[in-house]
Ligand binder design. Sequence first.
Ligand code: 13P
Length: 253
Amino acid sequence: MRTPIIAANWKMNKTAAEASSFTREFLAQDIPSGVEAVICPPFTALEAVMAQLRPAGRANVFLGAQDMHWEPKGAFTGEISPSMIGAAGCSFVIVAHSERRRLFGETDETANKKAAAALAAGLTPIFCVGETAEERDRGLTARVLEGQVRNGLAGLAAEAVSRMVVAYEPVWAIGSGRAASPADARDAAALIRGVVAGMYGDAASLGLRVQYGGSVDPANIGGFMAEDGVDGALVGGAGLDPVKFARIVALGR
Ligand code: 13P
């Protein structure tokens, strides 16, 4: 059985001090077992979050980064390596978020390098895919998702793919207050699993966890979790509030 996984992507929000108080408050909430929670702060707050998580010793609350470079080290001003975020305590790393694709030139090719480098460094990628409003209107959703999965997850080991997380985040649903429907999320999850099954076999596609992301909140998480094949959520805005995020995690079980 796949364990549900709810991740908070803070994007460019919270100082280290703010991250620290969020984490303290989050850990004081009722977080049940049977679901994994991941907090993905900005790089500058990784240590502050980890400083709270480590002594708390919760087996199901993890640290994640929002991005990384694929090279292990070198002359890449402004970049952070897989081993750096690993040493900061990260177990997860978001790869190819649509904001990275749209605003910072992330391509399927760089996303693929990052997925491979993350896995090689012992990190679990949360690999993001999703169509824009225009692509959806033109009936291209399936083709876009298939391309992003096929190119982004090319050349990996089947066993590693089985441990990955893929986040389906339709771009039009992000930060818009207009979430996709649970049926949309279910269909996308099935499509993603179908492509992965073709590439890596059934074991990989059945092990892989698929999240939905885009305007998830405590009121709509239940609908997504009720769908077959949807294993959790990647949460933006609602993940900035410790009480709301804890509520989503608890309902994500
Ligand atoms: P919102 O939950 O704010 O729509 O953001 C979703 C997202 O982009 C998470 O990565």
